[in-house]
Design a protein around this ligand. Structure first.
Ligand code: ZN
Ligand code: ZN
Length: 376
């Protein structure tokens, strides 16, 4: 663990009282900027990890309050920076790959025709669509090869010609004298932008560019188990390259809407079950919602506020796995805020027989156990 960790609010350039929306917005902007697939600077991977770590903590209410109170010491160990994978990129056709380092190191120097630009898009998913997978139509505009000139940029019947400036080399070499002696200065040819060929008789349709902007619709397959902030990489769906260059990629950021009843924590879902005093004390049978309809649920007698019950396999499918997370039912005993006279009489009678309670034994909450598990 590095000894000098930067302040997480500073990392995301946000105020200490930033709202969850502010945090998300700041994170997305920075993650886009420093994603190693797009940013070839040397410290991009390191910055990217730092940004993810800051977001992991500040986007989680419990971790954020621990961080606010105790600083880095309050959150270290809860999924340390090395293993965090919050902004995982995966292939749109099913393969997961490690987003952090697959892209880093590539794209430094390039030879030949320039690769097309990467494009970014966003898809909004419902909670259920993210959980169970779906297929979404995505409309966007990209640069495609001009069909008039097949992408060459030259008018029909003509060809791009060897660049007269660099004689096709794509670079200009100039010998220069300096106090240390002669050296050769190599620079990219400005006339042909390094391609070695120039279009002297440009195509009318694309004005010599070789590409035209065109609306496009593709179907994006979303596998079960994706989460908010992840992105799908669609290889080759970005803009075409200049005259024969490789096409860029299309990165689709997933924006998952919250659910009205469930909160998602990794592949588990948390459901808050309200109980009245009598239900909690006596126990009861009731129906509770799951992601796939209502089920019968047995509340045991003596249930305390904050007690949690695990229903195995009723969570969200794990990405690229046949396993499924659990559903955690968390009881909240709701004390009535107003009572009829009759209820008051009954409760007073009850109070006389109950006497002064002692605190119930406290179990670790789901979140605490989850954190322990991550910390190992
Ligand atoms: Zn040239
Ligand atoms: Zn053309």
């Amino acid at each position: 663990m590095p000894s000098a960790q930067r302040d997480f609010y500073e990392v995301l350039s946000i105020a200490r009282d930033a709202s969850p929306e502010d945090i998300k917005r700041a994170y997305r902007k920075l993650a886009m900027e420093y994603h190693p697939d797009r940013n070839s600077s040397e410290d991009a991977a390191e910055r990217f990890k730092e940004i993810n770590r800051a977001y992991e903590v500040l986007s989680d209410t419990d971790k954020r309050s621990a961080y606010d109170r105790f600083g880095h010491a309050g959150v270290d160990g809860a999924g340390g920076p090395a293993g965090f994978d919050g902004f995982s990129t995966f292939d749109g056709f099913g393969d997961i790959f490690d987003a952090f380092f697959s892209g880093a190191g590539r794209g430094g120097r390039r030879r030949g025709p320039a690769r097309g630009s990467d494009l970014r898009a966003q898809i909004t998913l419902t909670f259920e669509e993210a959980a169970f997978g779906t297929e979404k139509e995505l409309d966007y505009t990209r640069l495609e090869h001009c069909e008039e000139c097949s992408g060459s940029g030259a008018a029909t019947g003509s060809q791009p010609e060897v660049c007269p400036e660099c004689n096709g080399a794509g670079e200009i070499r100039r010998a220069q004298q300096s106090v240390f002696g002669q050296f050769v200065n190599v620079s990219t040819c400005g006339r042909c932008r390094g391609e070695g060929r120039v279009v002297t008789n440009p195509c009318d349709n694309c004005r010599g560019r070789g590409g035209v902007r065109r609306a496009r619709q593709i179907s994006v397959k979303i596998p079960p188990g994706v989460d908010d902030g992840q992105q799908v990489r669609l290889t080759g769906e970005g803009e075409v390259g200049d005259r024969g260059g490789q096409p860029g990629n299309l990165y689709v950021l997933l924006d998952v809407q919250p659910h009205g009843l469930f909160e998602r924590i990794d592949d588990h879902i948390l459901y808050d079950l309200p109980l009245n005093l009598a239900q909690a004390a006596l126990g009861t049978d009731l129906k509770i919602p799951t992601l796939e309809g209502n089920i019968d649920f047995d509340v045991p007698a003596g249930t305390q506020s904050g007690d949690e019950f695990t229903i195995r396999g009723q969570g969200v499918p794990r990405l690229n796995s046949t396993r499924r997370g659990d559903m955690i039912v968390r009881a909240t005993v709701v004390v009535p805020e107003s009572l009829t006279e009759e209820q008051q009489v009954l409760l007073k009678q009850l109070a006389d027989t109950l006497g002064t309670p002692s605190l119930p034994s406290r179990h670790k909450s789901f979140l605490e156990r989850l954190r322990d598990a991550v910390a190992g």
